[in-house]
Ligand binder design. Sequence first.
Ligand code: PEP
Ligand code: MN
Length: 428
Amino acid sequence: MLIRWKAESDAAGRAHVIAALVAVGARYFEIVGGLVVVSGQGAWMDSLATEHAVSSVKKLSTPYKLAARAVRPEGTRVRVGDLVVGGRELVVVGGPCSVETEAQMHEIAHAVARAGARMLRAGAYKPRTSPHVFRGHGVPGLVMLREAGASARLPTVTEVMATEDVADVAAHADVLQIGARNAQNYALLEAAGRTGKPILLKRGPSMTVEELLLAAEYILATGNWNVILCERGIRTYERATRNTLDLGSVAALKRATHLPVLVDPSHACGRRELIAPLSRAAVAAGADGLLIEVHPRPDESWSDAEQAISPATFAELMGAIATEAPLHGRYVAAPRGVTDEETITANRDRIDAIDAALVKLLDERIAIALEIGRAKRAIGHATHAPEREAVVLQRVAELSREPSIVRAFAAIVDATRTAQQHVDDAAE
Ligand code: PEP
Ligand code: MN
């Protein structure tokens, strides 16, 4: 049950409602502007709506309560330093599967930052299917990750696998990752939640969306609302990919919960050649960001080599995503290198990617205008319609933040008219 306070409610009025909940033994959580009641149901619920301090009472029909979208319809923005996850910015996290060496971490941190990643990932505690392979450096790995992040000015995210390691991981990393295998380790969820640090919670390979949200609920119930969910593929009968990326869950989660949702295409598909298409599909499905494994020399990765992409491939993918994000109401921040020279080169590459996309769109626009011209000629109308051109420019003026864009559009309208004219001339 979701109770919203009236704006003019006073402390005494709100205390009266809380006393009524305590009297019936209902468990509740205070949120900004109201309460979420997570247990206890009965006729007394109806009487709350008539309390002076209460503006509305809404039943929450899902088993997860704190995570329900209705609790924060505007969406949760998780802050990591000055980075915001869950806002309009599409946040990309990049880095290797494992922390290997100081040099590897330094090299990759700078490479992903240059390409526009906003957070650095790498595991110091690795959940490996076999106990006989590299399982991470532990605390020395956390130190290497932290130092690499600081040198590239990127916040860091890394997995914590055991309750007893929570303090160490929280001391070194900006975001604590709960991995797929531990996503229903409730003691770990609570211990991580109690640090108050942002938590990246991955979906377990056999968890339903509802179970994922109930796992998130464990963290939220500690009072820590800095939870980021991550779809990383689920176990199905399909063997063509390592797991099956469930993008339906991303679209469903965006409606079910206020928490931000990232997509990890790397663990989802396990094949480097599929990372780009799945990343782009994830953005189209509404993901708030991506988590991608990138290694300076992918084939030499100490873990998950088959799914690692190179910095060059990552940079190319970032260009594609940055170009497409605005079509989905998002943006990818302009990349910042550690030096200004790096920043200039990286942003020139980004502009080249955007220009290539713009040219394709403009070609498409002209093709469509020519079809309109053909239809007009067929019914004996003049192809040139100055009133329509004025409407187009007016709409652009309303859409764009930049007045000079209207002038650029006047040139596009001009070019379209010229193209139509050529067809008209040829038709005569
Ligand atoms: C990881 O991100 O390093 C990882 C092990 O992922 P998952 O828990 O999703 O398998
Ligand atoms: Mn991995």
